[in-house]
Design a protein around this ligand. Structure first.
Ligand code: CA
Length: 223
């Protein structure tokens, strides 16, 4: 997991960096808006922690520009206490969450974890494979018009398979896209989740074609 911290107050920026590094995240820091924007638009990050009040380009400008360029990296904005208008503006411009300064490091970590688990694409997008649909914004999954309840992980796994429809995805590919780096992965974890998905996606529709396929020795696909 790689993070970008954009914050002009060096003391805060450096303490966030130090704390995140202790949690095994890789962290880049930018101390002004222009550098922050350059990093965010050229490197790949899992989360961007973005102060709103920055010299030069501010946090709102950066968020708007990135979203305009279809860069959907989750953005957590930092605001000073009481700036309610800023929070609203920040979220409206395409940020995913905000945190008011001063904040505890534990809270920052919790927010980051929640953002990393969230599917990366936050634009309204419906994926469809045959009569199965998945909406990454409303988190709705339906087959033949019938709503299907999935856990977060089942949802992420299904989304990953649907994005790669008809392609065989190996267990390693699935794990690196669906699970956190520190997740407790057992050798049969992927199989267990695939079985859960089958029980919800294929089994209740036994008059229909099975969609989730195991390709023995290679991996899994949906078609
Ligand atoms: Ca600032």
């Amino acid at each position: 997991m790689r993070m970008l911290v954009v914050e002009d107050e060096h003391r805060i920026a450096n303490s966030i960096k130090k704390g995140l590094e202790q949690e095994s995240y890789a962290v880049d820091v930018a101390y002004n808006g222009e550098d922050g924007y350059d990093f965010a638009s050229t490197e790949e990050y899992d989360v961007i922690i973005l102060d709103l009040m920055l010299p030069g380009m501010d946090g709102i400008d950066i968020t708007k520009e990135l979203r305009k360029e279809k860069i959907h990296t989750p953005i957590l904005i930092l605001t000073a206490k009481g700036q309610i208008q800023d929070k609203v503006k920040g979220l409206d411009s395409g940020a995913d969450d905000y945190l008011t300064k001063p904040f505890s490091f534990e809270e920052l970590l919790a927010r980051i974890r929640a953002l990393v688990r969230r599917p990366k694409v936050t634009v309204d997008e419906t994926l469809a494979v045959s009569d199965l649909t998945l909406n990454s914004k409303s988190f709705e999954v339906k087959r033949a018009g019938k709503l299907i309840e999935l856990s977060n992980k089942e949802f992420s796994l299904l989304e990953y398979l649907m994005k790669n429809k008809s392609r065989i995805m190996t267990k390693d590919q699935i794990i690196s896209h669906v699970w956190d780096y520190d997740a407790d992965i057992l050798p049969n974890t992927v199989e267990v989740y695939i079985r859960n998905l089958r029980n919800k996606i294929d089994l209740p529709f036994n008059n229909k074609k099975e969609m989730i396929k195991t390709v023995r020795g290679f991996g899994f696909k949906i078609e």
